[in-house]
Design a protein around this ligand. Structure first.
Ligand code: NAD
Length: 253
């Protein structure tokens, strides 16, 4: 439980808010005073997040939104502005992973991973940036250690997360003269529903998947939410265009 209130009178939009790091981020920002607008495709998970936030005395509105739809992203950002009147923070947390032997990966799976992990955050950025510039706000995009290094059997995921980092740095340069910050947080293996029941394709070499989990074990969703909250806060006012790892040493090796 945190006692700081870095987001008093601020409005934060969080994608992937139905589960894992997105939920932890929604809870953390609300605990610190933000009015949160939470997006996800999972209505049930969103409802649980809403209960978590409200039971802790926080403010949240949830909205079923598929980030692969540009139209839904723009509509949802508009709804957030209509509900709370301003926008200060965007945390693009929603994401999916698929493991496959690359020669066998179906085109639909490749396209889906890129649509959720790369196109979705871009659409949200497009819709949100004009409003964030008005408030001196900022964007935190959640990539992965797989956006900084190779990870076997996840070519689409790696491509999407490398792409997300490139896209974020490009936006950071494009808006360098504006009062807005764009950064990336890069977790490694974290104990969330994403890692429950993963089915690895037959015949994988487990040694090639090891970097994904790291040598010191997995982090918690709250560890990532804590870094997102710091980067999104005014304490990080000169952090712009950065990629910050939260990975228990994975990128050290
Ligand atoms: N868990 C890990 O080990 C790990 C490691 C590195 C990076 N990440 C990244 O962290 C982020 C959060 O992952 P998590 O571990 O909390 O996973 P999670 O599965 O618990 O949560 C991801 C959320 O994204 C939502 N989502 C999926 N597709 C969506 C869509 N089209 N539109 C809107 N929402 C959608 C899901 O419904 C889910 O609620 C992801 O971007 C993931 O790639 C996770």
């Amino acid at each position: 439980m945190t006692t700081s209130r870095r987001f008093e009178d601020k409005v934060a939009l969080v994608t992937g808010a139905a589960s894992g790091m997105g939920r932890a981020t929604a809870v953390r920002l609300a605990n610190e005073g933000a009015s949160v607008f939470g997006f996800d495709v999972e209505a049930q998970g969103l409802a649980e997040t809403e209960v978590n936030v409200k039971e802790a005395g926080g403010e949240i509105t949830v909205c079923v939104t598929d980030v692969t739809s540009r139209e839904q992203c723009f509509d949802a950002v508009k709804a957030a502005l209509e509900t709370y009147g301003r926008l200060d923070v965007v945390a693009n947390v929603a994401g999916i992973v698929r493991f496959a032997h690359s020669p066998e990966m179906p085109a639909e799976e490749w396209n889906r991973v890129l649509a959720v992990n790369l196109s979705g955050p871009f659409y949200i950025c497009q819709a949100a940036l004009p409003h964030l510039i008005e408030t001196g706000g900022n964007i935190v995009n959640v990539a992965s250690n797989a956006g900084l290094m190779g990870q076997a059997y996840t070519a689409a995921y790696c491509a999407s997360k490398h792409g997300l980092i490139g896209m974020s740095k490009s936006l950071a340069m494009e808006f360098i003269k504006h009062d807005v910050r764009i950064n990336v947080v890069a977790p490694a293996g974290t104990d969330t529903p994403m890692n429950v029941g993963i089915s690895f394709p037959e015949g994988v070499n487990p040694k090639l998947i090891k970097p994904y989990m790291g040598m010191r074990g997995m982090g918690r969703a709250e560890d990532v939410a804590s870094l997102i909250a710091y980067v999104a806060s005014d304490e990080a006012r000169i952090i712009h265009g950065a990629v910050l790892s939260v990975d228990n040493g994975v990128m050290a090796g």
